[in-house]
Design a protein around this ligand. Structure first.
Ligand code: PLP
Length: 407
């Protein structure tokens, strides 16, 4: 087509400047995929005797544990509740500290606060934006009880040296793998490595239960504490008592109602069957993005270290700002105008007003995370994306970045 053709030129001008958007409708950054099998599984439970804490819970937990290569899996009502359970099971309380990354969703740090303990932040590596081992080592104090690495965007943290460091100091490693179901680190499945590993089944994740989460562990005592915690601190379950003809129970710790329903677990079981296909699709999309963006001036695709297989929950590109005439805010708005539901993951946790006000954090304390944050944009990434969706993302990013390229 003639580039001087007014119609063609309209296509090259970003929608924000009056051009035609690449898409007519918004493509979200993440979205669930629900098929007929999922619907049938949920309806079956709705017709059964047990809507919550019935047979589907145990079935889902067993299947999930097998899938990630763990001995025990304990389901929770959300990834956040699962993190809270893990911090409780690790024995954290007032006066204790846990080290985590600022480059995460606030729930990773909040769960430490829920138990009256204090989160301490350690800066991240510039390539993966995962927690930096030396930074962690430098922040260990006599009060430190746990390390919470996050597998940012689905790329596993550097788990082996983190576990060695934790062992030397007697610390518990609670891996926040809410982005990383199906990822592998040095040939081992995420979920089979840390003392406890936490997953989320929020709709934008690799599989969904609506809301839901899971903690997996090899440790029998931790698994027991997790089960008690998610059930008010009560040491037996209602269904088991009914089957045993018993009514008596004891509350042995302060717990919560963090139970995942049978409805959610039936959906989770059905979704789990599709995990490998979902992961394969996400990897395919990541490969297409990499091919399109690796030589595109102004865009830096996410790094993958040699020993890992990421699960690609997110696809966060970084803008190479010296190669662009405008900042992240303008590029973000321009991509939105093209109808890409781009997002930013994350405002570093210590910069949220609550953390600033409560702990006095200021800008400049975690320069790597803060510097990355200024340049991050998450592109749409979910297993339900069709070929046209992927093509639209590549076209819109190319168009916007080219238009705003430094001249
Ligand atoms: C890194 C991380 N941790 C924890 C959570 C909390 O999970 P949920 O939304 O299931 O409570 C999320 C949610 O997206 C997350 O991204």
């Amino acid at each position: 087509m003639d580039p001087m053709d007014p119609e063609r030129r309209k296509e090259l001008i970003p929608a924000i400047c009056g051009g035609r958007p690449v898409r007519e409708t918004l493509l979200p950054y993440g979205h669930q995929s629900i098929d007929e099998d999922d619907l049938r599984a949920v309806i079956e439970v709705l017709r059964s005797d047990w809507l919550t804490t019935g047979p589907k819970v145990t079935e889902f937990e067993k299947a999930f544990a097998a899938c990630v290569g763990a001995r025990y899996a304990v389901s929770f009502s959300s990834g956040t509740a699962a993190l809270h359970g893990a911090v409780f099971a690790a024995g954290l309380g007032p006066g204790d500290e846990a080290i985590t990354t600022p480059m995460t969703f606030c729930a990773t740090a909040n769960c430490v606060l829920y138990q009256g303990a204090k989160p301490a932040f350690a800066d991240v590596y510039p390539d993966t934006l995962n927690i930096d081992l030396d930074e962690v080592a430098g922040r260990i104090t006599p009060r430190t009880k746990a390390i919470l690495p996050v597998d940012y965007a689905g790329h596993p943290a550097d788990l082996e040296p983190i576990l060695e460091l934790a062992d030397r100091h007697g610390l518990v490693v609670i891996e926040d793998a809410c982005h990383a179901l199906g990822a592998a680190y040095k040939g081992r499945r995420v979920g089979s490595i840390s003392h406890m590993t936490v997953f989320s089944f929020h709709p934008v994740k690799h599989i969904t239960t609506g809301e839901g989460g899971m903690v997996v562990t090899e440790d029998t005592a931790l698994a027991r504490r997790l089960r008690i915690f998610r059930n008010h601190g009560i040491d037996s379950e209602a269904r088991q008592r009914q089957m045993d003809g018993q009514w008596y129970y004891e509350m042995v710790a302060l717990g919560y109602n963090y139970r995942l329903t049978d409805i959610g677990c039936a959906l989770g079981l059905c979704q789990l069957n599709k995990l490998n296909a979902n992961l394969a699709r996400r990897r395919q999309i990541a490969a297409q993005y990499l091919a399109a963006f690796q030589d595109l001036p102004g865009v830096i695709p996410p790094t993958v270290r040699p020993h890992v297989t990421p699960a690609w929950h997110l696809y966060p590109i970084r803008l190479d700002l010296p190669k662009l005439r405008v900042g992240r805010a303008e590029i973000f708005r321009a991509l939105r105008a093209e109808n890409l539901g781009v997002n930013v993951h994350y405002l570093p946790v210590h910069l949220h007003p609550y953390y600033r006000e409560r702990f006095g954090y200021r800008r400049g304390e975690y320069p790597v995370a803060e510097g990355a944050y200024e340049r991050l944009i998450s592109l749409p990434m979910f297993h339900g994306m069709c070929e046209k969706d992927v093509k639209d993302v590549i076209e819109a990013v190319g168009k916007v970045v080219h238009y705003y390229g430094a001249r």
